[in-house]
Design a protein around this ligand. Structure first.
Ligand code: ADP
Length: 266
């Protein structure tokens, strides 16, 4: 079992940020985690990575119950790729060195690497479509290129779980589609660990992510197979607005209907 969350809650300043969240992710499963801004996605991810602890409930990650495991060891087995990580990297750092540092789960540590590890870093960069800018300083890369380097870095440590935290944020249409196509290829590969793909855009959901968790105001609004969860009825209740759901080439598109649009005009 990758994640076993049983009725976990997190309370801060009289505010229940997460309420009785149940979530089971099994080995090999790929999940989309969808929630609007402020729904508790980051809080849940922080908890999975051991940065905060549940106020109540029981959480086991990679078969290690919280309170009994070495958090540094646990984090080495989880590749959490987020824009916050991108901000920690020095602009002059080169992609190859960044990817090599993934082995140590610490940015800036890469001196003691073997030729085999350098070969692996190079292969990952090529796989992620970063071959043409392998030696360009990080600060000169586009947002999409940075994200791809960071995914390669996370894979360098052979994680058991890869968390892609809003990987398409700030990307233009082309870069977004390129990123989604890379994620789809990873999800379809037998070498890839379980992936959690976090987004607040339903349009980004990929058919190869067979499970979806909808988080709303800190609670699990719906969880199950993507087909069960992404229905017009559930989406209408999730957004509190009448929406239509369409499928194009296996991808979903959700649109507010005109009455809902009129209501929100000023
Ligand atoms: P998301 O990632 O889905 O946008 P977050 O997990 O960042 O949501 O936040 C969920 C809610 O919890 C927000 O209302 C946020 O203001 C609140 N929150 C997050 N961290 C704290 C904290 N340390 N203390 C109090 N409230 C918090």
């Amino acid at each position: 079992m990758i994640i076993d969350a049983q009725k976990i809650s997190w309370v801060r300043s009289d505010h229940m940020v997460l309420k009785n969240v149940d979530w089971q992710v099994r080995t090999g499963e790929h999940w989309s985690l969808v929630g609007l801004n402020g729904s508790g996605k980051t809080t849940l991810l922080k908890m999975i990575n051991g940065y905060i602890w549940p106020t109540s409930g029981k959480l086991t990650v990679l078969n290690r119950p919280f309170g009994t495991c070495d958090l540094r060891e646990l984090r080495k087995k989880i590749g959490w790729v987020s824009s916050a990580l991108s901000e920690k990297i020095r602009p002059g750092e080169r992609p190859e060195a960044i990817v090599l540092s993934g082995k140590f789960a610490s940015i800036g540590l890469y001196e003691q690497t073997s030729p085999g590890e350098r070969e692996k870093a190079h292969a990952l960069l090529t796989k992620l479509g970063c071959g043409s800018f392998e030696n360009r300083p990080f600060g000169l890369l586009s947002q999409g290129e940075k994200q791809r380097v960071l995914i390669a870095r996370a894979l360098m440590a052979d994680p058991k779980l890869l968390i892609l935290d809003e990987p398409c944020n700030g990307l233009d249409l082309f870069a977004r589609e390129q990123m989604l196509s890379i994620i789809a290829k990873m999800a379809n590969s037998s070498e890839t660990p379980s992936i959690i793909f976090v987004t607040h855009h339903v349009e980004e959901l990929l058919p190869c992510f067979e499970h979806t968790l909808l988080l709303k105001a800190g609670t699990v609004f719906k969880s199950g197979t993507t087909g069960e969860v992404m229905t017009p009825e559930i989406m209408t209740a999730f957004y509190d607005h009448q929406v239509s759901v369409q499928r194009r080439g296996g991808r979903l598109s959700v649109a507010l209907n005109e009455d809902a649009m009129m209501e929100s005009k000023f």
